[in-house]
Design a protein around this ligand. Sequence first.
Ligand code: S3P
Length: 170
Amino acid sequence: MRKNIIITGFMGTGKSVVAKELARKLKMEFIDMDRIIEERQGTSIADIFARYGENYFREQENKLVKKLSQKENMVIATGGGTLLSSDNARMLGQAGEIVCLYADSQTIYNRVRRKNDRPLLKGENILNKINLLLEERKKIYDNIKWKINTSNFTTQEVVDKIINLLKLER
Ligand code: S3P
């Protein structure tokens, strides 16, 4: 059994696709936190935010982190805001290696603008919202030891960078 690998970072940095491919390559279990919360709640993240509010969503994230931290051998894609909670950051830090993906705001904008499923990035001036949130969260993401730029790289390139960075054996 291996320790978990936790893939975090801002929305649109590629967490889910990268974590899925990394899990496949390393023969580990892939976990997408947002998808699990949606399954448990029986509805979409956007709907959870709209009906019950962000705090309720954060509580669900925290419950899930508690549960996942007990297990091993997983590559976990967090939500973009999961590590904002120091409790989550502490539990995930103990449960495995955390890697933060990042990208410049224009790249993030290009990746997220066609989708309408992110409650924190809806409405007008999306690029502006991205910049504000990035600024607000900068300290949290910057604090994570392993960081990988995904702006001009393919999924395979990012996955290989993580494997090299963490010196993982395939
Ligand atoms: C959020 C990011 C989303 C999702 C929710 C909140 C955030 O996940 O968890 O909309 O606070 O950054 P993705 O980063 O996978 O879009």
